[in-house]
Design a protein around this ligand. Structure first.
Ligand code: PLP
Length: 378
């Protein structure tokens, strides 16, 4: 029995253009992109072409792309790097939203323990950052403000234009984690100072990403060493993965609009089926979410048990972010939206992708309905 994969927000399969582009660099093109000889220059050329592709996908300049090991590193580099730089300029404040990925929240909390001032700005019940609260939290000593483009659990699209305006008016650096945003939306780097991207959510390999650092924006490095990436991120280039990232992003962005309408109609069909067949089910983020996201709170069930039951029927789903599922703590995103601990236990995140079919959705709906009935009867 084939698995029905409904966890595209956790990761995606490697796309064919990415695999094909990576292949020679996993075989004979092994040069170090920092070497001056021919094999090195060949690798450097491939890295630079990937840099152009990543830049073009988000409206940035190639020299604004800093390759990293993924979204987590890019977020850490943005938050810590801008906070450290800010401190040298007399700015000690860090402002983040309460629904950020742990890759933003945890560095921010770590900085607070190091003596920075941290404000965590709340969201409304729909899962959208409160911009009035953001404006009150930002002041003339704020170094960095971070609000994600779209949330990875409930899929809500955040008020980026307004958040960036608030940060910039105070002279602070504005960062957005666009790891989920770029999957479905035309994210525009010119609206922000720093932008996090990750390859594996858009058909690229795992373990590679980028931080877009707009010209004139300064971040202190996390990694010191060979001085790669204009001294911002030292370390020998992960050539094959960077090349795969470049091919993946170009292919994905080219297809994105067509895929978005396809996944939206399948998602709507799944939502319709589940909400008519099941009672006591709430849909999160409905007033402005990513087209592939269906986040449900199913009352009276334990989501963890549901995910295991669904897995046994060949349906791959999750409760929220991949890193926190398996952990007993309920989602910080749902908590910020005012969902009680008890209700949050019934969370089920279904995220569709380009490969999702109508029969996948129908099989998933049937299995979810059967699992809920079984769990509620216990
Ligand atoms: N930020 C968001 C919004 C994410 O969804 C993820 C992935 O789960 C990350 C950051 C971390 O990215 P990576 O898996 O590349 O470290």
């Amino acid at each position: 029995m084939d698995t029905v994969y409904l966890d595209y927000a956790a990761t995606t399969p490697l796309s064919e253009p990415a695999r094909a582009a990576m292949d020679p660099f996993l075989r004979d093109r092994f040069g170090n992109a920092s070497s001056v000889h021919a094999p090195g220059r060949e690798a450097r050329k491939a890295v630079d072409e990937a840099r152009e592709r990543v830049a073009a996908a988000v409206g940035a300049r190639p020299d604004e792309v800093v390759f990293t090991s993924g979204g987590t590193e890019s977020d850490n580099l943005a938050i810590k790097g801008a906070a450290w730089h800010g401190r040298e300029q007399g700015r000690d404040g860090v402002v983040v939203s309460a629904i950020e990925h742990h890759a933003v929240l945890d560095p921010a909390k770590w900085l607070e323990r190091q003596g920075h001032r941290l404000s965590v700005v709340g969201v409304d019940a729909g899962g959208f950052v409160k911009t009035d609260a953001l404006a009150s939290a930002v002041d003339a000593r704020t170094a960095i403000v971070s609000v994600m483009w779209a949330n990875n659990e409930v899929g809500t699209i955040q008020p980026i234009t307004e958040a960036a305006r608030i940060a910039r008016e105070a002279g602070a650096v504005f960062h957005t984690d666009a790891v989920q945003g770029i999957v479905w939306l035309d994210v525009d780097a010119s609206m922000v100072d720093l932008m996090t991207l990750s390859a594996h959510k858009i058909g690229g390999p795992k373990g590679v990403g980028a931080l877009i650092v707009r010209r004139g924006v300064k971040v202190q490095p996390l990694l010191h060493g060979g001085g790669q990436e204009r001294e911002v991120r030292s370390g020998t280039y992960n050539v094959a993965s960077i090349v795969g990232f470049g091919a993946a992003i170009e292919h994905w962005v080219d297809k994105r609009a067509a895929w978005a309408s396809q996944v939206a109609s399948l998602r709507d069909r799944l939502q319709q089926r589940l909400t008519t067949m099941l009672d006591r089910v709430r849909v999160q983020g409905e007033s402005g979410r990513l087209p592939n996201n269906l986040h449900l709170i199913v009352e009276g069930i334990d989501g963890e048990s549901m995910i295991l039951l669904l897995d046994a029927s060949g349906i791959a789903t999750s409760q929220g972010s991949a890193c926190s599922s398996g952990a007993a703590e309920p989602s910080h995103v749902l908590a910020a939206m005012g969902v009680s601990r008890d209700l949050a236990k019934g969370a089920l995140r279904l995220t569709l992708g380009p490969q999702t079919t109508g029969s996948d959705v129908d099989r998933a709906a049937e299995a979810i309905i059967a699992s809920v009935e079984r769990l509620r009867a216990r």
